[in-house]
Design a protein around this ligand. Structure first.
Ligand code: FBP
Length: 345
């Protein structure tokens, strides 16, 4: 078998090629090392004292589990040993200042989808790295195009690290024997046109017209305008959905909907949508709210939510095309227009 590159040797090769490459490489290495520890705790679950029990709520009102708190402590402790000026974690109300003169800022969801753990479904860590501006807080609020690297770890049957850096996306797998991440996919590209979609279909009655129109067209299969039978997937774990898209394409949608608390979608811009959008684009895919490219959005608050539609370029383009020309004020409409109107009519 060929010898695979380690994460460290890979970063050593690429880091000198961009202005913040060396500092970002240090950050990636400490996150990866913490992920190795976290993977072991997750795999042991109740054997490591992880009960999955609720520990209260975080500053933004989300349910917090014991493992969320542990993951947050592990990741922030790791980042203290890296050139990071400040970290914004899902579990913190505001960014925490670490080394104010350091060149980078990190936004992180230490453990995304922890509600899935008691069902033994994949969960993950998502992170976004950007150069620090003069004002640390406003650095986080800049558009996602300012990110210099992003990534996510999937704690699943295998522990995998997806890394967006140097305008490309590479995938690593954890070798549990050596506790090293090894390169398994280089410069991966998302299939441009895969007839597969992922959405929480139980929310259909709350969706706005353009999303309902797109999904109805997919469901119509070869009988409908799209002329293809679509496959449906929904895991309810963002990192697992993103990984599947990198491997075999398709579109993931967590749109805004009419429920209270979901008017801006469910997912968070700074540590979920921005890093995922960077990875999608660098792998040849796309990410939009339906109306705006995710990477062009800046934030007004640390935990701002955003609709996220990402994946194969063709599918994302089709969803955006349905939104075009429809005023947002009519998004909620139940008018038959949305039941029939599609890309091709
Ligand atoms: P948390 O940020 O609370 O962990 O939730 C995020 C998430 O689990 C995503 O990973 C997933 O895409 C989504 O929520 C699932 O939402 P729903 O439960 O509405 O299907």
């Amino acid at each position: 078998m060929d010898e695979r590159a380690t994460l460290r040797s890979h970063l050593n090769r690429w880091a000198p090629q961009t202005p913040h490459g060396a500092a970002a490489a240090e950050v990636i290495e400490v996150i990866a090392a913490a992920a190795v520890e976290l993977a072991a705790r997750i795999a042991d679950g109740p054997l490591a004292g992880i009960t999955g029990a609720g520990n209260g709520v975080n500053s933004d009102g989300d349910q917090q589990k014991d493992i969320d708190v542990l993951a947050d402590e592990m990741m922030r402790a790791a980042l203290r040993n890296a050139p990071v000026a400040a970290v914004l974690s899902e579990e913190l109300a505001l960014p925490e200042t670490l080394n104010p003169d350091a060149p980078l800022c990190v936004a992180i969801d230490p453990l995304d989808g922890s509600a899935n753990l008691e069902n033994n479904i994949s969960v993950g860590t998502i992170f976004s790295i950007r150069p620090r501006g003069n004002d640390i807080l406003s650095t986080f609020f800049e558009p996602g195009t300012g990110q210099c690297a992003a990534g996510f770890v999937v704690y699943g049957p295998q522990t995998t690290l997806v890394l967006g850096h140097n305008g490309r996306v590479d995938i690593f797998i954890l070798d549990r024997r050596t506790r090293q991440f090894l390169l398994i996919g280089q410069d991966v590209k998302i299939a441009p046109d895969t007839p597969e979609f992922a959405i929480n279909a139980s929310n259909r009655r709350h969706w706005h017209g353009p999303v309902r129109a797109y999904i109805d067209e997919c469901l119509a299969g070869t009988n409908g305008d799209r002329g293809a039978d679509f496959n449906m997937r929904w895991i309810g774990s963002l990192v697992a959905e993103a990984f599947r898209i990198l491997v075999r394409g398709g579109v993931f949608l967590y749109p805004a909907d009419a429920r209270s608390g979901y008017r801006e979608g469910r997912l968070r811009l700074l540590y979920e949508a921005h890093p995922m959008a960077l990875i999608m684009e660098w792998a040849g895919g796309a990410a939009t709210t339906g109306r705006r490219r995710i990477l062009e959005l800046g934030a007004k608050t640390p935990h701002q939510r955003v609709p996220l539609i990402m994946g194969s370029a063709r599918g994302v383009r089709d969803v955006a095309a349905i939104h075009e020309g429809i005023e947002p004020m009519f998004d909620n409409s139940d008018a038959p227009l949305f039941a029939r109107r599609g890309l091709f009519r």
